[in-house]
Structure formats: C-alpha cells, structure tokens
Design a protein around this ligand. Sequence first.
Ligand SMILES: [Ca+2]
Ligand SMILES: [Ca+2]
Length: 116
Amino acid sequence: MATLTQINFTQIYCVSTSESGKDEVYFKIIIDNLVAGQFPTDGSYHSLGSEGTWTFDVTYAYTEFLTISLWDDDGTSGDDPLGSFTFTAGQAYSSPVTVSNPNGAEYKISFALKSC
Ligand SMILES: [Ca+2]
Ligand SMILES: [Ca+2]
C-alpha cells in the first residue's frame, strides 16, 4: 500500500510580479493527476506585490504526486499561470520552493512535509 504524505502549505512570498503593481494570486492543487482543490476555497484571491507575503495554513494528503499551481486572476480576460511545482511522494524537498513564469513572476512557497 502506498504511503500517504501530508503537506502543509504556510506561505507564499512574492519576489516579483507578472504584471505591474500586484498579482491577484490563488492556487490550485492537483493530487495524483486530479484537481483536488483551490485556495482560497471561496474562489477569491490575495493581492501580492513585490516583497509581499501571504500566510495561511492548509494541508493536503497525497500518495504519489502533488502539484501546486499558482495563478493570477485577471477577471474576464482569462487567468495567467504564475508557475507550478510538483512534489513526488517519498522525496525530500527543502522549503521554500520557487516557481516562476516567462512574464517575470517569481514566487516562493513555504511548506512542511510529513509522511504518515
Ligand atoms: Ca491580475
Ligand atoms: Ca495577469
């Protein structure tokens, strides 16, 4: 039986945004190739400018792969991907991990991993 891994996400730090001013940041969680959730869960976002910090406390469990995918809300014009990172169960990662996109976005995601 596969080992269940828990990951606790605690913070997103903005090094640089994808657009001038602020990005409207939210993230999607893909677990074992299925979309498992979005945060904030009410479909909103958190505005982050350069050097901005967003703290929260959310935990997900997975057995093989978990991908966190950051997005910039752009309302009706379609949201932009800010970068994503995939965690493989059983591997070690040091927090934070960095995601980026070709438009200059760079974000650091803080987390803690726990094997059950
Ligand atoms: Ca935006
Ligand atoms: Ca945008």
